[in-house]
Ligand binder design. Structure first.
Ligand code: 6V0
Length: 333
């Protein structure tokens, strides 16, 4: 005879499917925007939050839990101890030290590497089969650091890279062309941030390349104007930071979009930070992570596009690769 449980429901047979667990390390502005978007998009059965500040962490968890009546059912757990991430399918790292006024980028990098030395090996130990998704800046070098410290195969360590820069690029183009940004194909590749490279030949709307027609109809669409648009993409991050102090919503959606492609095995192509050695003339002995369009699925990085680049674009990539490689050599990994 069926027996009712405390909720008055009779369960005929126990039915369990494998649950999907995502961990977010760093419950700051970026980590919480990511967690919130994953929650609303129903991408995980369990989300584990980790931060070094226990009160803030518990406050953030409770605040999200109190929205349970309006959201898909997701178990939320949090702890300052990374053991709470045990058994994660995907671990997203957003923890980062904040730049101290006057501090050099290299010094900030070294402080973040020290932080990664605490976080990454522990993550790898608790979730040896997980995919690592790195968001903390400088994201390309830190993705390399995470790869080295985790000992994971390279397909399971991904940096959010220029996925966000490409989204900003598509937004600006969509505004200009008066179409939906989702219908604009356009890639920015290379280093996330100041030296990202806009690949103009990839800009298309509804599959139709638009650069040529833009240049024919607007004589002002010269090299200088194109570089101006690229700079506008780069500066848009600084503009948001100068206005509100940090960026959060766009990176939240951008990372949740990657999470969806990975956990749901969507095999979509995203510009993300991957091992770029050997691509576009990057030296075979330079292990660097840079963004290139990559196919993402349940196994992580399933392939990297060897895009056709102009010599100028490829040379910019090589120059970023050289700087990143030189910086990573100073870290003693
Ligand atoms: P934030 O709001 O200062 O959050 C960082 C969080 O990390 C804080 O809550 C800290 O308490 C926490 N933290 C520090 N040390 C540890 C530790 N050892 N263990 C666990 N947690 C710890 O910064 P914000 O959320 O704004 O930014 C986080 C990182 O994301 C920074 O490195 C940003 O530069 C980077 N971004 C990367 C982007 C990208 O496109 N890749 C975009 C935006 C921000």
């Amino acid at each position: 005879r069926p027996v009712a449980d405390d909720a008055g429901l009779c369960t005929p047979t126990s039915h369990r499917r494998r649950l999907t667990k995502v961990s977010v390390i760093g419950a700051g502005n970026v980590g919480m925007a990511i967690a919130q978007t994953i929650l609303t998009r129903d991408l995980a059965d369990e989300i584990a939050l980790v931060d070094a500040l226990p009160d803030k962490l518990r406050g953030e968890m409770l605040d999200l839990q109190h929205a349970a009546a309006f959201l898909p059912r997701t178990r939320l757990v949090s702890d300052t101890d990374i053991a709470v991430t045990r058994g994660s399918d995907l671990a997203i790292v957003t923890a980062g030290a904040r730049q101290i006024p006057g501090e050099t980028r290299l010094n900030l990098l070294q402080r973040n590497v020290a932080l990664f030395r605490k976080i990454v090996p522990a993550l790898a130990e608790h979730s040896p089969d997980a995919i690592l998704l790195i968001v903390s800046n400088p994201v390309d070098v830190l993705t390399y650091v995470a790869w080295k410290l985790s000992g994971f195969p390279v397909n399971r360590v991904i940096g959010s890279g220029t996925n966000l820069d490409s989204s900003r690029f598509r937004f600006l183009l969509a505004e200009h062309l008066d179409v939906n940004a989702q219908d604009v194909q356009a890639y920015m590749v290379g280093e996330h941030g100041d030296s990202s490279v806009a690949i103009w030949s990839t800009v298309s709307v509804a599959g139709m390349p638009v650069l040529k027609s833009l240049q024919e109809s607007h004589s002002s669409f010269d090299e200088e104007a194109l570089e101006g648009i690229r700079r506008a993409v780069v500066n848009s991050a600084y503009e948001v930071i100068s206005l509100k102090g940090y960026t959060s919503w766009a990176i939240g959606y951008s990372v949740a979009n990657l999470v969806s492609s990975i956990l749901r095995d969507q095999r979509r192509i995203h510009p993300v930070s991957v091992l770029a050695t050997g691509f576009h003339g990057i030296a075979d002995d330079h292990e660097v992570f840079l963004s290139l369009p990559a196919r993402l699925g349940r196994g992580g990085v399933l392939g990297v596009a060897d895009m056709e680049l102009t010599e100028e674009e490829a040379s910019r990539l090589r120059s970023s690769a050289k700087t990143l490689w030189e910086n990573s050599q100073l870290l003693g990994l």
